[in-house]
Design a protein around this ligand. Structure first.
Ligand SMILES: Nc1ncnc2c1ncn2[C@@H]1O[C@H](COP(=O)(O)OP(=O)(O)OP(=O)(O)O)[C@@H](O)[C@H]1O
Ligand SMILES: [Mg+2]
Length: 242
């Protein structure tokens, strides 16, 4: 089992896009993959060709109720998250992340309570930020509140822009080996979303997909035991920091 949390340092930084496309990459690598929506009106389905108004199978759905789309089972736990049932259900064992699948949970649009409930069961939390002044200002406070073992992804990186370049180097300095991947700013990302397609389908040769695939490869090799995978993330991933 594995639970990977994708959270955003702020709204709009690409959390949902990364959760969706990482889940698709993991599935394409032959590992059973589940993408978990936690916010009401999640846009996760958009990246799989689903109308965002279309209801996804509930978190408790058996695998037969929820067929894979682009190699990923999409599940919606927003009801359980809103009612508080998620934390209780995970503690009592009614809900679990057991099995071979890698669960990738999109925390964008959720509150701190939902994140806290899931953290107790997560192998790793990847917090997304972009090279912007707003993220730089938000970072010190986030470092105080996020768990010590949370790692970071720098999305929408653009080395051709001076401000983005300088901001990225400041972020690198601040985060050190906790910044484990950089994903390029790439028009193909917005185009793929507009076409309601996975990046892999819409722009297989895109720069952003290459970065996402490299990260997805690491996720796909997470050991099946949580204890082993927490250690792998802490040692191997941080030693290969971005
Ligand atoms: N690497 C990238 N290059 C270019 N555009 C990107 C990239 N990553 C994300 N985007 C664009 O940024 C926008 C926000 O993405 P997304 O909805 O995934 O963010 P979010 O953090 O989940 O937002 P919210 O807080 O609203 O849930 C989208 O228009 C998406 O296409
Ligand atoms: Mg989102």
């Amino acid at each position: 089992m594995a639970l990977v949390l994708i959270s955003g340092l702020r709204g709009g930084v690409g959390t949902t896009m990364l959760a969706a496309n990482l889940a698709i990459t993991v599935g394409a690598m032959g590992r059973s993959s589940v993408a978990l929506a936690l916010a009401p009106h999640s846009t996760l389905g958009l990246h799989f060709g689903l109308d965002p108004h279309q209801a996804l199978p509930g978190f408790a759905a058996s695998s037969s109720d929820s067929g894979a789309i682009h190699g990923v089972r999409l599940l919606d736990a927003s009801g359980q998250a809103a009612s508080g049932d998620l934390g209780d259900g995970l503690s009592s064992g009614d809900y679990s992340f057991a099995g071979d699948a890698i669960h990738i949970a999109d925390l964008s649009g959720t509150d701190a309570r939902v994140a806290a409930q899931l953290r107790a069961h997560a192998d790793v939390e990847l917090c997304v930020l972009v090279p912007s002044a707003e993220c730089v200002y938000a970072l010190p406070a986030a470092l105080e509140t996020l768990p010590d073992n949370a790692l970071f992804l720098l999305n929408r990186n653009d080395d051709t822009r001076r401000l983005a370049r300088h901001t990225a180097s400041f972020v690198r300095e601040l985060l050190g080996d906790r910044l484990i991947a950089t994903i390029q700013a790439d028009e193909a990302v917005a185009e793929a979303a507009a076409m309601m397609q996975p990046l892999m389908r819409h722009a297989p040769a895109s720069a952003a997909l290459a970065d996402i695939a490299a990260l997805g490869e690491r996720l796909a090799t997470l050991p099946r035991s949580r204890e082993d995978s927490v250690q792998t993330v802490d040692r191997a991933w941080r030693s290969n920091a971005a």
